[in-house]
Ligand binder design. Structure first.
Ligand SMILES: Nc1ncnc2c1ncn2[C@@H]1O[C@H](COP(=O)(O)OP(=O)(O)OP(=O)(O)O)[C@@H](O)[C@H]1O
Ligand SMILES: [Mg+2]
Length: 349
């Protein structure tokens, strides 16, 4: 594509914090109607690079061109005036305010004789049409604190888009979302792309790249590494660029330890809606991970193992060779809980 379609071009960007050269001669470019992913390991400089673009951090050196013109983006306000919006890793909404109040914060239409009264009807109406346009099903009057993280994320996006955004930067928007919520978010991103918005998508979930990103720029240790077209770059190659060496085996084989002692065993654990028929064994010297999306029940399993919550049914054995169940449904075995309490007191688990 011709260079004239570049919305943003960042070149030779340097940024230091005390003791850290966070950006060392970095570059990045974004076209209109493109989703451009920014990848790299923790601390690579992704957020810092985008905060420079969004006027949050001043750069120490380098230049930024917006639609071919060199610009100084000294403040978040200057970025917003150019149509650059950022959604941060940490959500920044006011929990006690409504969806509409959050979207219009700082630029609320006023009514009444001295124009002192917030025009709630108008902001609710404008928010409703904005949300409809984005296909987001939310009540403008709902309080942010009552919404799920995914819905809050959608409000952040709606707020950014109410500002006539041409560049939308999303810093790890999917980190706390479920699959369904991610799909809804990606639908919105695709819609924005088709309207010519340039979207920067920062994510650690590499499997998402193929779904949403047109190009990927990789950073490592505060340096620019490469920009690749997603369709032409296998994920292995992107990982290699991120870590700086070839990864032959992204998922190492799990060694079998049939001879090692089982130190903790869970059998058919059930609790509420989230823990259903969970069984596993933990062997001595082993690190056992629990993976799953938000809401999959990982924390809930950990809580019943630890004794923070009661089991509805199932058994937990510490050193099962000794056959001592340490947790069991109270209904099944009333004595089990007190034994578990003893174990805890003795630093058992
Ligand atoms: N405000 C700050 N003050 C001091 N150091 C900072 C600040 N912000 C970032 N850094 C440092 O700059 C480097 C780059 O950080 P940055 O947050 O940009 O990385 P990142 O690629 O976004 O990482 P992550 O994937 O963990 O979000 C890190 O070494 C970080 O500790
Ligand atoms: Mg970051």
């Amino acid at each position: 594509m011709a260079a004239s379609s570049d919305l943003v071009r960042m070149e030779g960007i340097h940024k230091s914090f005390p003791g850290v050269h966070a950006l060392d001669d970095c570059r990045f470019e974004l076209r209109a109607g493109e989703v451009h992913a920014l990848c790299g390991e923790n601390g690579a400089g992704k957020s810092t690079m985008m905060k420079v673009l969004a006027g949050i951090y001043p750069k120490d050196a380098g230049r930024i061109l917006f639609k071919g013109q060199e610009v100084e983006i000294a403040t978040p306000r200057a970025a917003r005036d150019l149509g650059i919006s950022i959604i941060h890793q940490e959500l920044s909404l006011m929990r006690h305010l409504t969806v509409a109040q959050n979207i219009f914060i700082g630029r609320e239409p006023r009514t009444g004789p001295l124009r002192m009264i917030l025009d709630e009807d108008r902001i609710n109406q404008q928010t409703r049409s904005l949300l409809e346009r984005l296909n987001i099903r939310l009540d403008p009057r709902a309080r942010i604190g009552d919404l799920t993280v995914a819905s809050q994320q959608m409000v952040e996006i709606a707020r950014a888009l109410s500002l006539n955004t041409e560049v939308l930067i999303m810093d790890e928007p999917t980190a706390a979302l479920t699959d369904t919520e991610i799909n809804a978010l990606f639908d919105i991103i695709r819609q924005l792309r088709s309207h010519g918005v340039g979207v920067v998508h920062i994510s650690h979930r590499l499997e998402e790249l193929k779904l949403i990103a047109d190009r990927v720029t990789v950073m490592r240790d505060g340096r620019y590494v490469a920009t690749v077209i997603t369709d032409q770059a296998p994920i292995d190659r992107i990982i290699s660029l991120m870590v700086g060496r070839t990864i032959y085996e992204a998922t190492p084989e799990v060694p079998e330890h049939p001879s090692l002692d089982v130190v903790l065993e869970a059998r058919h654990l059930n609790r509420g809606r989230l823990v259903r028929d969970v069984s596993f064994q933990l062997r001595r010297g082993e690190i056992l991970g629990f993976a799953g999306l938000v809401g999959a029940g990982r924390t809930e399993v950990a809580r019943v193992i630890f004794g923070a919550d009661h089991l509805d049914s199932g058994e937990i054995f510490l050193n099962p060779r000794d056959c001592l169940p340490i947790g069991r449904s109270q209904a099944l075995r009333p004595g089990a809980r007190s034994r578990r309490r003893d174990q805890h007191r003795a630093g058992g688990i």
